[in-house]
Write a protein that binds this ligand. Structure first.
Ligand SMILES: [Zn+2]
Length: 331
């Protein structure tokens, strides 16, 4: 048993609204796992045999969490001058095609994870591409670093270039195989990932709902009500549904393990449904601003909905959660 003490300023959070701060603090670990933290003097006295590392006045805090980010889009950050749908067609889809080669996945995942760690982010909910090998490559690299990552293969069977489309059936089989290979292996967790309602047929959304039923402890991520042209297109594709959110509700995709990126244009009735089902929002300020999607109303909560903060790189412009929070503050 090896006990270590790291001394410095300690900041950590006990709930969404309460925190503890020790200006002269210490963090105690046993065999690499955190045991306790608190005031330096009392912990040094309690563990006289510990190995001590002094970090001076540096801040020691839990890792940041990025709840919506696309690792294959690192190279399209800051691509010029489009709103969502053109941006996807002109920049994102061509870039994602390279991930059919697992070597591209491996090298990009390694670079991406190192960049996250440099920015203090130790957990993220991540989109792969349509290629299952992009998710294998990502989880392999994350396992090697022992980072806690959530990732999923994008499901996309229409309104995208043919070279990036799967089918309802193949997306279900491939996602299930990835769940069997990776979900809860060490710190890796699987996220069922239909890109958004525009790029999935009703059959594929049914398959996504079935994956959640068959695997009740996996997660779900997708995009919702990001951009006005996107919303109009969804309403055209699903005229029988009451609106964008109702498409996902109909296919059984809402719930406390589901995180919806953006949600810039939800109305009060939508927010009530999000609240009632425990569904969660990923607020992506740099992306909403860069793509001109609109201003997310963080404080407009007629019904309480859990909101996390997210970089949404490559629509977003920084992997730093500090930069992302600063932009959220300006909104
Ligand atoms: Zn996104």
């Amino acid at each position: 048993m090896s006990i270590k003490i790291h001394t410095g300023q300690i900041l950590h959070f006990l709930s969404a609204v309460t925190h503890e701060y020790f200006p002269s603090g210490a963090l105690v670990t046993e065999d690499g796992k955190v045991v306790t933290c608190g005031d330096k003097e009392s912990l040094l006295a309690r563990y006289p045999q510990a190995d001590i590392t002094d970090h001076g006045e540096r801040l020691i805090m839990p890792g940041m969490i990025d709840s919506h980010v696309h690792y294959p889009q690192l190279d399209v950050i800051a691509s010029y001058g489009e709103q969502l749908l053109d941006w996807l067609n002109n920049y994102t889809f061509p870039a994602e095609n390279a991930f059919k080669d697992p070597e591209t996945g491996r090298s990009t995942a390694q670079f991406f994870l190192n960049e996250l760690l440099k920015n203090g982010t130790t957990t993220a909910m991540v989109y792969g591409t349509v290629h299952p090998q992009s998710v294998d490559a990502f989880f392999e690299q994350s396992s090697a670093l022992n980072t806690r990552m959530l990732c999923g293969k994008v499901m996309m069977d229409r309104n995208a270039p043919e070279y990036l489309c799967d089918t309802a059936e193949s997306s279900q089989t491939d996602s299930q195989a990835l769940i069997d290979r990776w979900h809860k292996k060490g710190r890796q967790l699987y996220v069922v990932t239909p890109r958004f309602a525009i790029t999935s047929t009703p059959e594929q959304l049914t398959a996504a709902g079935q994956l959640l039923k068959d695997n009740p402890d996996v997660y779900l991520q997708t995009h919702l009500a990001e951009n006005k042209a996107e919303i109009a297109f969804v309403e055209e594709l699903f005229p029988e549904r009451k609106g964008y959110l109702d498409v996902y509700a109909h296919y059984g995709l809402l719930g406390p393990r589901s995180t919806f990126g953006h949600c810039v244009h939800l109305d009060d009735q939508d927010l009530k449904i999000m609240s009632d089902t425990g569904s969660r929002i990923a607020f992506c300020p740099t992306s909403n601003l860069f793509l001109g999607s609109g201003l997310f109303r963080l404080h407009h909560q007629p019904s309480p909905v859990s909101v996390s903060i997210a970089s949404d790189v490559g629509g977003g412009t920084s992997l730093s959660m500090l930069v992302t929070m600063a932009e959220a503050y300006k909104v």
